[in-house]
Design a protein around this ligand. Structure first.
Ligand code: PMV
Length: 313
């Protein structure tokens, strides 16, 4: 039997991270230049239930029954099995690879979950629909993040730009004029759950200090939606800058990310902000097409450990 293969892209949050956890809107887009990939190969010589997992990027080589139930990859496999009501898995080898940087705000965890759900269900002969893949990626994210809004798993599963409000039907955005974005990695690992937990603690201690910040971020995301759909990209850069200042006030930026944001602006970016949970990870800059390479180079000179140029269309 030939190998079964599935993949899922990375993602960026253009507007609204953190506030989205508190019911405000946010905008996210897939980043197809980076991908999580999963392959399954039948292992007919092994006994049923014998599942070997090989994920070199996270130094994992184990049998499924050796992993904790809450291990994200084991959990994604088990949830797929449950949804298909398969009692006993046939023996197979699962190989996972990913070019999405880990703990860097590009959705590596959700992409691995989506790729695993797709490949395992495909191998079992009944590929799960996107709604079910999305649910699996969300439930696995609850282990990573604690209280995910659901934006990461949704944009990654559907691989389309989205306007997202927690608990509401997702809106897929039609982008009027393609946007060119430079993504730069600060190289600082920042687990989402830690930063989201810290914001929650401070929010709970003083909700009245945070609600107005979330409201201002919500207004920015709503305006940005209009500009993306109806075609006023000039204004989007200013909105990005405003969003970044509000994220600084939420105390989720850090000196290294701020430095990359300033460097992008100094080199002609139309706007720039941190991306994802913050305190490290990646930042994004909106640029004119012809400035993308020079902004990316300036960010590398300023210390970015990697850059990606992506187009949202
Ligand atoms: O996974 P990250 O780092 O892109 O963060 C996701 C965005 C947050 O708003 C910070 C958390 C969430 O669940 O929406």
């Amino acid at each position: 039997m030939p190998a079964v293969y599935a993949s899922a892209p990375g993602k960026i949050i253009l507007f609204g991270e953190h506030a989205v956890v508190y019911g405000r809107p946010a905008i996210a887009a897939p980043v197809t230049q980076v991908q999580a990939k999963a392959y399954v190969l039948a292992n007919p010589s092994a006994a049923p239930g014998h599942v070997e997992i090989d994920a070199p990027a996270i130094a994992l080589h184990a049998r499924l029954d050796e992993l904790d139930e809450q291990h994200p990859i084991a959990y994604a496999i088990r949830l797929s099995q449950q949804k298909l009501a398969v009692d006993r898995l046939p023996a197979f080898k699962l190989r996972i690879s990913s070019t999405i940087p880990i703990a860097a705000g590009l959705g590596s965890g959700a992409a691995i979950s989506a790729a695993v759900a797709r490949v395992v269900s495909g191998f079992l002969g009944r590929p799960l629909p996107d709604t079910e893949v999305n649910d699996i990626a969300f439930r696995v994210d609850q282990i990573y993040h604690g209280t995910p809004s659901g934006i990461d798993n949704t944009v990654i599963t559907y691989a389309r730009p989205i306007y997202f409000i927690r608990g509401m039907p997702v809106e897929f955005l039609t982008v009027y004029r393609p946007l060119t974005i430079v993504i730069a990695n600060s190289g600082i690992l920042s687990p989402t759950g830690v930063v989201v937990g810290d914001v929650r603690q401070r929010y709970q201690a003083d909700p009245s200090a945070y609600e107005p910040l979330f409201d201002q971020i919500a207004m920015i995301a709503a305006h940005a939606r209009e500009d993306i759909v109806h075609g006023d990209p000039e204004n989007l850069g200013a909105l990005m800058n405003q969003n970044h200042h509000l994220l600084q006030r939420l105390n989720v930026s850090c000196a290294e990310v701020d430095c990359l944001v300033e460097e992008a602006l100094a080199n002609g970016a139309l706007g720039a902000k941190l991306c994802g949970a913050g305190r490290g990870g990646n930042m994004i800059a909106l640029v004119d097409d012809n400035a993308a390479e020079s902004v990316a180079m300036a960010l590398q000179s300023a210390g970015a450990v990697g850059t990606i140029i992506t187009r949202i269309s």
